[in-house]
Design a protein around this ligand. Structure first.
Ligand code: NAD
Length: 441
């Protein structure tokens, strides 16, 4: 078993730490957020991710995972150090690499002997070269610092499963020692393991995320066309998806992509391409189409309600996707912001993400209210907007929901409900890229 240090215990770092512990390795998690560490030391997961709380509790209990805010200790404790800190976007779209730089510098200043510094954070190509340069500038004379890239492809909501059963593992290495250490660590995995140079590994991650975002924007573009010509995007996507060269995954029209990865990774890839002289119009369009999604949903609300100001609107689903409490770059943030400006009266509900949303939009009686259930949110509402495809929304008691509403209007920003069923229940139903069901009240 190999002692490991994981720096940054957020969505990626904590999953990495817990899963390596589950595989039997002793793991030291380092974070500068003391509040988070206090929770972690009691075995409590600071965010919602199915299955992770049990793993954290188990391995904190067994002593296989320990936590510290002392990066110097982290630098000295293990030969293999995973960097899992944030790489948020700067205002111009470039990735902010200050957290990565700070960690690299501190490790260089304090590590002695061999250290393999593994980028797991999503970083622009050539970041490893900067890490190497930083380490060369700051390292102690007895330190030998090797750098590798091992991009992470997990999805929030199924992160533990994705980490333990990935489609592929990518190892970008520049030395035999680095390659051997990482191959040993991942030897029990049965998926393809791709060993590349570091720039290639960095690029695989950015290209993968940009491609998935492109699929979403493509289907949303096609959905806009469907609406103009009376076609159904669900069937268009199904027809496309049977083609094995295309596949069905990510061909779902709706409120667009959000989260802490796609929006920032598309922008960072675009900026990086332009920096090296490659025109990135393709990605600019992917980004622009995604940006328009909220305006398209607002247009549907106007089509249904005429005037939005002063109306009561229930929003079901605040997280950027189901099975997480993460609201970073969630479509709900922009929609709520626009509706609150209106001002509409908002009643919000999400099974997991209301705590985080309250930090951004605190409850204001009569303006923004948080409900204990979908039915409570819909009580007295003139429209319900669905923004996250939580499983529980598929099986709602729509009869009760409708009885509580002032006007039975649903705007389904995820195409998760069946139009025929909604029509039969007596709802006006608007979705994305499918014919609207409108009544003459
Ligand atoms: P996060 O914000 O949840 O976690 C980052 C953690 O790093 C925080 O807990 C922060 O306190 C800590 N940190 C920052 N600077 C530090 C320092 N100097 N010392 C110690 N700790 C420090 O971010 P995340 O969602 O886990 O993402 C991390 C990286 O992984 C990003 O580059 C992201 O793009 C990438 N990624 C994320 C996902 C995802 O689904 N969230 C998936 C794949 C890749």
């Amino acid at each position: 078993m190999v002692p490991l240090t994981v720096i940054g215990t957020g969505y990626v770092g904590l999953v990495t730490a817990a899963c390596f512990a589950e595989m039997g390795h002793p793991v030291l998690g380092v974070d500068r957020d003391r509040e988070k560490l206090n929770l972690l030391r009691t075995g409590t997961c600071p965010f919602y991710e199915p299955g992770l709380d049990a793993l954290v509790a188990k391995h904190v209990g067994s002593g296989r995972i320990t936590f510290t805010d002392d990066l110097i200790h982290g630098a000295r404790a293990s030969r293999i150090i995973f960097i899992c800190v944030g790489t948020p976007p700067l205002p111009d779209g470039q990735a902010d690499l200050s957290q990565v730089e700070e960690v690299a510098r501190q490790i260089a200043e304090h590590a002695d002997g061999y250290r393999l510094l593994v980028e797991k954070s999503t970083v622009p190509v050539r970041t490893a070269q900067w890490i190497k340069r930083t380490c060369a500038l700051f390292r102690r004379s007895n330190a030998q610092i090797d750098v590798a890239s091992n991009p992470e492809f997990l999805r929030e909501g199924s992160a533990v499963h994705d980490f333990l059963h990935p489609d592929r593992i990518v190892l970008g290495v520049e030395s035999d020692e680095g390659r051997d250490q990482l191959l040993k660590l991942y030897k029990s995995f049965t998926c393809p393991i791709l060993v590349t140079n570091i720039a290639t590994a960095e690029l695989i991650k950015h290209a993968s995320n940009a491609f998935l975002a492109m699929k979403i924007s493509f289907v949303n573009f096609a959905a806009d066309v469907c609406e103009r010509v009376g076609a159904d995007i669900g069937q268009v996507a199904e027809g496309m998806g049977f083609d094995q060269r295309i596949g069905r995954a990510f061909l779902y029209a709706g409120a667009g992509y959000g989260g802490s990865c796609f929006p920032k990774d598309v922008k960072a890839f675009m900026r990086m391409a332009e920096e090296v002289g490659v025109e990135a119009g393709l990605l600019r369009e992917v980004d622009r189409i995604n940006d328009l999604r909220i305006e398209r949903l607002l247009a549907k609300l106007r089509e249904a309600l005429w005037v939005i100001n002063g109306k009561t609107i229930a929003v079901l689903g605040l997280a950027f996707k189901p099975n997480t409490d993460d609201i970073r770059e969630a479509p709900s943030l922009r929609l709520i912001g626009r509706l609150a400006e209106g001002p509409a009266r908002l009643r919000l509900y999400d099974p997991q993400a209301m705590g985080r949303m309250r930090e951004v939009f605190p409850a204001v009686p009569g303006r923004i209210e948080y409900a204990a259930s979908p039915a409570e949110a819909a009580q007295g509402a003139e429209a319900v907007v669905v923004l996250t495809e939580w499983e529980e929304f598929k099986t709602l008691d729509f009869e009760t929901l409708k009885r509580g509403m002032r006007t039975p209007i649903i705007v389904d920003g995820r195409n998760m409900l069946d139009p025929a069923e909604m029509a039969q229940l007596g709802f006006e139903y608007y979705s994305v890229g499918r014919p609207a069901i409108r009544h003459a009240f």
